[in-house]
Structure formats: C-alpha cells, structure tokens
Design a protein around this ligand. Structure first.
Ligand code: FAD
Length: 392
C-alpha cells in the first residue's frame, strides 16, 4: 500500500486530533493502557466514551454505511487509530460487539437481527459478552456441553460457561450451545443471542491474579431464548463461531494494539524520566519492542486491507494474535525490570509509576497467551492450516 497521506487525509488527521484533544475524558486518558473492565463505574465511563465517539462518527468507521458505519477507507481507519494512541484514548469498551459479533451478524444475521442489534453495539447501549468456553471446552471448544432444547418458539438452555469476560456488566451474550447431542461434535452446535437479564442466568465473578474480577462463571438454568435469536443455521453454529473467532484473532488484535502502543509510549517516557535512556540494555529492549509494535501494525494494515476489500480473516490471522501476545508480555516484563520494585506498586501511593498501571499490566499480560486461543493452539493452526505441516 501507499503510505503517503493525501491532503484530504492530512486534513482528516487534523480534525480527529483536534477532536480527541478536546474530548478524551481526563480520567480515562490517564488509564489508556490498562483500563479496568471489571469496575462498574469505569465500564460506565468507557461506555459513555464509546457513545461520544460514535456520535462524532469515529466508532467502527470501517463498517458499511447501511450498518451505521462510514464505509471509511483503510487510511482513514489507520489515521484514527494512530490518533487514538497519540491522545492516549482507551479502546472501545464494546470490543466483543464491535469486532466479533458485528461482522458475524453482517454475514450470518437476519435483517431483523441486524436492525435490532448493530446500532446498539455501536452506541454501547448493548454491551456484549462472549459465552464460548466451558470447564471442559477451552482449546477443544467443540466439546462444549451446554444444551439447548427446542420448546415451541424458544430454546431452553441448561449448562455452564466459564471465563465470560464482562459477563457481570454485559446486557447480551453471544452463546454457543449444543442443539444436537447425537451429531458429530462440530455438527451439533448452534449460535444464539441471549439477553443477560433472562430469568435463570446466574453470573458469578471469578477473581483474577490482577485482584479484579473481570471474568465470570455463568450458569444457565432453564433459560428460555426466542428461536428468532438463532444466528445462522440450526446446528450450523460451528461455522458461525469460526468466523467470530477469526475476527477476534485478527481484527480485535489490531484494536488491542492501541493499548500496546500507549503502553510503549509510556515506557519510553519513563525510561527518559528515570535516566535509563542511555542504558544499552534498556535501549535495545525498547528498540526491539518498537520494531515488534511496528510489525504488528503493518500486519494489521494487511488484514484490514483484505477485510475492506470484501475478504474475511482466515487462519493466517492467528499470526497477529500470537505475535501480539509475545510483544505484550515482553513489554510488561521490560517495564517491570526497568522500574524494579516500583513496578509492584498498585494504584494508590503517590510514588506508584503511572498510578500503578504497570503492576496491573504485568499481571494482566499473563493472560495474553491464553485468551482468544492459547499460543500452542495458534501454532497448531498456523502449522496445520497455513503452512500445511502434517498433524503429527
Ligand atoms: C483473560 C481471559 C479472558 C477470557 N475471556 C473469555 C470470554 O470472554 N469468553 C470465552 O468464551 N472464553 C474466554 N476466555 C477463555 C479462553 O478462550 C480459554 O482460556 C482458552 O481457549 C484456553 O482454554 P482453557 O483455559 O480451557 O485451557 P485448556 O484448553 O485446558 O488448555 C490448557 C493448556 O493445554 C494446552 N493445550 C490444550 N490443547 C492442546 C493441543 N491440542 N496442543 C497443544 N497444546 C494444547 C493449552 O495451550 C494450554 O497451555 C478467556 C480467557 C482469559 C485468560
């Protein structure tokens, strides 16, 4: 692609930059790279921020106009992300909705589902969570056992999900259920949309190493879901889920990259402030991270180009997720090493660097190689489905 920006694109950059300068809320700007998705108040502020961005025309700019986006070009999209990182804006809070469910509904949803759900994803009025994993179905997702039985015009759902991020604050969940227990395991699954306020749903937060409870166990006990909430074919949910996961590993990683870029800028600033900028080891590590971040960004551009040209993420999108998790963990570790004992200070004491966000970042980064597919599984996918290596 051509990396030169036209006059019109530079004018767009100026417009976005000025708008972000005026609008990024002060209390979120400081938390650009480690915003909490567990704390209800912070989630409420992040929701309001997404709505403000949507109203200004800056949320999901790449979505087609008919679905509430701007059908923006790749370059405009890139400029927006660059400027969001520069302004230390947090990512969009409804990222499961924006980057996973939205594109899935555009491909598999009925016109009624598209009308009902897409706009409220953009405004963050409906916050979405992802109900895929179960106690015995993580990497082996097709082993899921949560059952849905058809009763009149409804599915009746029974079972348990786990690791449901933001389940405690979400309004809706995109859920995988087993609708045909006698079919081979990939063939008996359906993809349904569930209102989290439906009677029979119990959400139990799980405390994580960060000290927060961002994800949850969710129990479904005779939960009735209208049949109209089925996405794609009955028993055809695996195909739909693969699309959703491909978007998660590819497009969502690109969006996560905003936090990573923010963290890298903060790290560089800290190195200068603490007089570590001349330390050869620190310089080398930061240079390595910078190169990694640029490679991630360019790979993201490649994916976005393919998507905007009408394509869809494929198994090669796993490269982004795999590489992002490595850079993310490396960055967290470099920060901890550079800050020494100060890196362990939580939010609170005045001498906690960046209000304790590094302690949170380092602990959260442990999860980067697990969420959205573990690194081992992504290597298997890349080996078998992209490089064509034998399964054994
Ligand atoms: C922070 C965080 C947020 C999450 N949010 C959500 C969410 O919102 N919704 C949701 O549905 N899920 C969510 N998950 C769950 C996540 O998708 C799973 O944790 C992940 O798929 C791994 O599944 P598991 O935990 O059951 O581990 P397992 O599948 O039991 O894996 C255990 C270990 O064995 C390895 N392993 C397993 N099979 C193979 C194999 N065939 N070859 C080589 N190695 C293998 C794995 O790589 C891993 O190291 C989240 C996880 C985290 C950490």
């Amino acid at each position: 692609m051509d990396f030169e920006f036209t006059e019109a694109q530079e004018a767009f950059r100026k417009e976005v930059r000025a708008w972000l300068e005026r609008h990024v809320p002060y209390d979120l700007r400081g938390k650009a790279f480690a915003a909490s998705r567990a704390d209800r108040d912070e989630v409420a502020r992040l929701r309001a921020w997404q709505k403000t961005m949507y109203e200004a025309g800056y949320c999901a700019m790449d979505w087609p106009r008919e679905f509430g986006g701007r059908s923006a070009s790749l370059v405009e999209q890139i400029i927006l992300y660059q400027e969001m990182a520069r302004a230390e804006s947090p990512q969009f809070v409804n990222r499961g909705g924006l980057s996973m469910l939205g594109p899935t509904l555009m491909k598999y949803g009925t016109p009624e589902q598209q009308t009902r759900f897409l706009r409220k994803i953009l405004t963050a009025e409906d916050l979405w969570c992802q109900g895929f994993s179960e106690p015995n179905a993580g990497s082996d997702l097709a082993n899921l056992q949560t059952r849905a039985v058809i009763d009149g015009d409804a599915f009746v759902i029974n079972g348990q999900k786990v690791w449901t991020s933001m389940g405690h604050v979400a309004d809706w969940c995109f859920l995988l259920v087993r609708t045909d227990p006698d079919a081979p395991k990939h063939k008996g699954i359906s993809f349904v949309l569930v209102d989290m306020k439906t009677p029979g749903i119990t959400v139990r937060p799980l405390r994580q190493i960060t000290g927060e409870a961002e994800f949850n166990e969710v129990f479904y006990d005779n939960v009735r879901v209208p049949r109209a909430n089925l996405v794609g074919r009955l028993h055809g949910g695996w195909e739909v889920a693969i699309t959703t996961l491909a978007y998660e590993r590819d497009l969502l990683t690109f969006i996560r990259h905003i936090s990573l870029k923010n963290a890298l800028h903060r790290l560089m600033r800290l190195a200068r402030e603490r007089g570590r900028g001349d330390d050869e080891v620190v310089r080398q590590k930061i240079a390595g991270l910078y190169i990694g971040e640029q490679a991630l960004m360019l790979n993201g551009y490649r994916s976005l180009t393919r998507i905007l040209r009408g394509g869809a993420p494929g198994p090669e999108g796993s490269t982004s997720k795999l590489f992002w998790s490595q850079v993310d963990q490396e960055l967290a570790l470099t920060a901890s090493e550079m800050l020494g004992p100060y890196s362990q200070l939580k939010r609170g004491p005045a001498w906690a660097p960046d209000e304790g966000q590094w302690e949170f970042y380092e602990l959260l980064a442990r999860a980067s190689g697990i969420r959205a597919g573990t690194s081992e599984i992504l290597r298997n996918i890349l080996g078998e489905r992209v490089l064509g290596l034998p399964k054994d």
